[in-house]
Design a protein around this ligand. Structure first.
Ligand code: GCB
Length: 588
């Protein structure tokens, strides 16, 4: 990380012109960050196409004999990586890590050149989905089918790693509560045949030990991981050859179970009512670049307000956020970047309101390709996040067009895949768009719990019409009651755009007073249905979107401003969430 070199490549000539050996006329660019909001001219901020990053790195001589890799936390949206002019890896998808093995390419005891060609164009078969328009002046422009700014760049840390040739590749854990403690079934994957030893420590005290690549660790009187009361053990894996340690890896694990049962979410067998947010990785200037200061502030705000859960709308976040959720006792619904899976001539709003150009999104020529990309992203996300105590569920899509014929054929393999690869078999869901009703949604039957994105009183019958909105809302809820079959429902989105500058008596839409009235109406509806087991308001904070007549320099549905200061609604939520018991509407 640090200050790298950067250049746009609008004519895509960099590969042929050997920019991998050194960029012509570069500017400096911090990593990690989005490049967009750093620039002061519009063409650069809105740039769409190929662009390059470059840096030099030193490889110590004593690393020779080891496996040397470069790991990217993410590169948005696609990347080709060159070391000393040689292409070493390419990757599609802007929100998950990948690495390149460069053992035989780097020069030891010398500086080496790393160049990365990125591209931020959108299309209909990659995640997230959209289009790339070309303006009359020849410039490309991103046309997302989603409501967040198409930030791009090296958004997460880039790490240079020296690893033993024989090493630990992966591990997974599954927890079980038993009389007098807990059992942890583990699996370790290595690339060799030497013995594996696994130990669990509580602070400095060893509490369990096992040998072999798979086994069960028995922990007497285990301290369980809980909401806002996270307890973490140290999980230590070693590959050994007699007394010699060939490789060693540490991680933190929280022992807990999570399941959906009889209409409730059970954490360690006890009901938990989810409260919190849909979020974004989004902040001033750095865009979607990982910023630990913002991450920490967000957790402080979420603790203050009494939240216990968030959805990583609409893509997997940086790993640092999950580590922090493990430590702070937050629950995460982890979402793959499957957003914008609807065709719309304008944007997501046109499609969701039924006046966009409607073509079944899952019956296109490109659908098989989209499904392959979707499976790859889902696999990578689950493999990355499977061991986090904080991760309780997988969100497999956000607001797809799920009323058309191809829905079932598209959804089934994804829901099956999530179940197959997750050792903990976490519950699966997807965020269901307005206008997809219990009788018209062809995807809801795959969900272990139902997640609705609803805007009664905002996009639907807002302002003076809010009393009608409530009637329509309740009518829809009565319909869902008939198809739940014991599954809980949560709201993954509800919210009202609110300008922090606006106060109005009596309220009008966009004022802080209206946001509170809107929330009260929604909460009244939630409170009158026992099957509603969670409320994740849209959004934690105001965030950047594509410019347009629907947005005032971004989406203003935040309960906090983009600078992470409270709107009036934050105090409203604090009063509600700190008074609702953890097991509100529980089974106890
Ligand atoms: C939605 C989308 C979310 C938008 C939100 C809104 O349904 O899932 O990405 O930002 O509505 O504010 O309109």
């Amino acid at each position: 990380d640090g200050m790298w070199k950067f250049a746009f490549d609008p004519e895509s000539k960099g590969v042929e012109a050997n920019w991998a050996a050194g960029l012509p006329n570069p500017v400096s660019m911090p990593v990690p960050s989005s490049f967009c909001d750093i620039f002061t001219d519009k063409d650069s901020r809105e740039y769409c196409g190929d662009f390059w990053y470059e840096t030099d790195f030193f490889v110590p001589g004593e690393w020779s004999g080891k496996e040397v890799q470069i790991r990217f936390g993410s590169a948005t949206h696609r990347a080709r990586v060159f070391v000393n002019g040689v292409e070493v890896v390419s990757h599609e998808g802007g929100f998950l890590p990948f690495d390149a093995t460069v053992t035989d390419i780097v020069r030891y005891n010398q500086y080496n050149k790393l160049a990365v060609l990125l591209n931020n164009e959108l299309n209909e078969y990659m995640l997230p989905a959209g289009q790339t328009a070309t303006l009359a002046n020849g410039k490309k422009m991103a046309a997302p089918y989603f409501d967040f700014y198409n930030y791009a760049g090296l958004h997460r840390p880039v790490k240079l790693m020296a690893l033993p040739k024989e090493r630990i590749l992966d591990f997974s854990v599954v927890h079980r509560l038993v009389e007098g403690g807990a059992e942890v079934d583990y699996t370790v994957t290595t690339n060799g045949d030497h013995d594996v030893v696994v130990e669990v420590f509580d602070g400095c005290t060893k509490v369990a030990e096992a040998c072999g690549k798979t086994g069960t660790l028995k922990i007497a009187d285990a301290k369980l991981w809980n909401v806002h009361a996270a307890y973490l053990y140290t999980f230590n894996v070693r590959i050994v050859d007699g007394s010699e340690v060939i490789d060693e890896y540490y991680d933190k694990i929280g022992i807990r179970t999570f399941e959906v049962k009889d209409g409730h979410f059970l954490l360690n067998g006890k009901s938990v009512y989810l409260r919190g947010f849909g979020k974004h990785e989004d902040a001033d200037i750095r865009g979607r670049g990982l910023d630990l200061v913002t991450v920490k502030r967000d957790y402080e705000c979420m603790k203050w307000i009494g939240a216990n859960c968030f959805r990583t709308s609409h893509y997997p976040y940086a790993e640092e956020l999950y580590q922090m959720a493990d430590e702070e006792g937050f629950l995460i619904i982890d979402e793959v970047p499957a957003v914008g899976l609807m065709e719309s001539t304008m944007n997501f709003l046109a499609a969701s309101q039924g006046n966009g150009k409607k073509v079944g999104f899952f019956e296109k020529e490109t659908t098989p390709k989209l499904l392959e990309n979707h499976k790859a992203a889902l696999t990578d996300m689950i493999n990355r996040d499977k061991n986090h105590a904080s991760v309780i569920a997988w969100s497999i899509l956000n607001e797809p067009e799920c009323t058309s014929e191809g829905t079932e054929a598209y959804f089934k393999p994804l829901f099956d895949l999530a179940h197959e690869i997750d050792p903990q078999k976490r519950p699966r869901t997807y965020a269901i768009i307005m206008k997809s009703f219990p009788n018209t949604s062809k995807g809801q039957q795959f969900c272990d719990f139902i997640s609705l994105n609803r805007y009664y009183g905002w996009y639907v019958m807002g302002g003076m019409g809010i009393s009608d909105a409530e009637v329509a809302f309740r009518r829809e809820m009565d319909g869902w009651a008939k198809v739940l079959n014991g599954r809980p429902m949560i709201f993954t989105e509800y919210g009202a755009d609110t300008m922090p500058s606006e106060h109005k008596l009596p309220s009008v839409m966009w004022s802080q007073e209206y946001q509170n009235e809107y929330l009260d109406m929604n909460h009244n509806v939630f409170d009158s249905y026992d099957f509603v087991q969670g409320e994740l308001v849209w959004n934690f904070a105001d965030f950047q979107t594509t410019e347009g007549i629907m947005r005032v320099n971004g989406n203003k549905k935040g309960i906090f401003t983009r600078q992470r200061q409270p709107k009036d609604a934050a105090f409203h939520f604090r009063a509600r969430w700190t008074s609702l018991p953890l097991d509100y509407k529980g089974n106890n």
